[in-house]
Design a protein around this ligand. Structure first.
Ligand code: ATP
Ligand code: MG
Length: 386
């Protein structure tokens, strides 16, 4: 350095700065998090992806501690790594973090060559495997559910036939009972009503169950969402008036059609609205609203019922999750499956004591056609020989 004139020093420094800038740009473009970890859980360097994955805020700078950004078991493992890791070795850890959001990270820990870092600094390469993890869990779950439901669907189907015969024989008994003396007749009719109601309930459970476990492919045709929604409300009129519920409608005018399976979509609204009515034990407002947002028809169903506590909110779509004495817990599972098969989305927001809103977002018929066209032109392009 002593032998260099100021101009040469300046040009070397500016070259180094340029090179550093270049490398930083490269590192920041990576999807993997890159982090150099010094002693005392200090971050000596981190790229953009590492900042995002670990939720490091704008004030977080090189030299700050990462202690609260990664869980305790990881830090003990890192100390073990430091103690026993050979030069140029690498180990990997699976880490789950909950801030800034729940993520599953795979962290590869490498030693740095002594000429780069004479201290015991470590190079961490972090991959976000949340999506892969979620898919693996879903696959395992659907396999498990698949096995159980195939068996159960068989049993449920077998229950259907005797239920039918029971229903027919109850009608025959009802006819015979008419010939009895009035006092006995009244008593017997009371008993019979209980039996018939219970059979109807069993029948409904079996049907609901079969619908849930035996998915049928949706037959998609363009339909007016408002019409479907109104038909469902019509069917539920007796329950609505029984519970003294007021229905408020805010239906979008001239909405484009949606590409849906009419019966399946009616089932979706039926299940959601029925839940809303059940949540409003006595009195309340059921607000239904449809509107066009970008390429989607949004249907929002809001109730003024008791709401869903936060710990239940993430479980309501699970099969058999119910808080009702006579619920099957399959209603929303069907809703979720049908909406997913229609390429749609469901959003739920709920406030305890105030009510719940379900929003169903479905692509409009035009959007679907455009998507299909795009897809086929993509295939066309792929088929063009090079
Ligand atoms: N609008 C709502 N307000 C409050 N809680 C709700 C609402 N919708 C759903 N839930 C909660 O979600 C649970 C699951 O709903 P789901 O429709 O899947 O099953 P269920 O209503 O219990 O039974 P089923 O629909 O089979 O009769 C309900 O038991 C209830 O606790
Ligand atoms: Mg329900």
């Amino acid at each position: 350095m002593d032998r260099l004139d100021p101009q040469s020093v300046a040009s070397i420094v500016s070259m180094l700065v340029r090179e550093k800038g270049f490398l930083e740009t490269v590192f920041n473009a990576l999807d993997e998090g890159i982090l150099v970890l010094g002693d005392d859980q200090k971050a000596l360097y981190f790229n953009r992806a590492a900042r995002e994955m670990l939720g490091l805020n704008a004030q977080f700078a090189a030299g700050d501690s990462l202690k609260r950004h990664l869980p305790e078991p990881f830090w003990s493992a890192i100390e073990d790594d430091r103690a026993c890791m050979k030069p140029r070795a690498a180990v990997h850890h699976d880490v789950e973090i909950s801030y800034p959001q729940r993520r599953f990270l795979q962290i590869y820990v490498n030693t740095l060559p002594a000429d780069v870092s004479p201290e015991s600094d470590l190079l961490l390469i972090i991959r976000d495997v949340t999506e892969a993890h979620r898919r693996a869990v879903l696959n395992a779950e659907s396999e498990r559910i698949g096995a159980v439901t195939t068996l159960a669907a068989g049993v449920a189907h077998e229950i259907g036939n005797p239920l039918n015969s029971l229903h027919i024989y109850m009608q025959l008994i009802e006819r015979e009972v008419r010939h009895l003396d009035p006092a006995t007749r009244k008593k017997m009719e009371g008993h019979l009503r209980v039996c018939t109601d219970e059979i109807a309930r069993l029948d409904q459970i079996v049907n609901q169950f079969l619908k849930a476990v035996r998915p049928t492919r949706p037959v998609l045709e363009p339909h007016a969402m408002n019409e479907i929604l109104m038909e469902v409300i019509e069917v539920l009129k007796p329950e609505i008036s029984n519970r003294d519920v007021l229905v408020e409608k805010e239906l979008g005018r001239d909405l484009p059609h949606v590409w849906i399976d009419r019966d399946q979509m009616k089932q979706v609204f039926f299940n959601i609205i029925r839940n809303s009515l059940q949540a409003m034990t006595r009195g309340g407002i059921l607000h239904v609203r449809t509107e066009l947002q970008a390429d989607r028809i949004v249907t929002a169903i809001r109730d003024t019922g008791g709401g869903i506590p936060p710990e239940s909110l993430q479980r309501i779509f699970e099969p058999y999750f119910t808080t009702k004495a006579d619920g099957s817990g399959l209603g929303l599972m069907i809703v979720e499956r049908v909406v997913r098969e229609h390429g749609g989305l469901i959003e739920v927001s709920s406030e305890q004591g105030r009510g719940t809103t379900f929003r169903i977002l479905l692509p409009t018929a035009e959007k679907r056609v455009r998507l299909l066209e795009d897809e086929s032109s993509l295939h066309d392009r792929r088929e063009v020989p090079a």
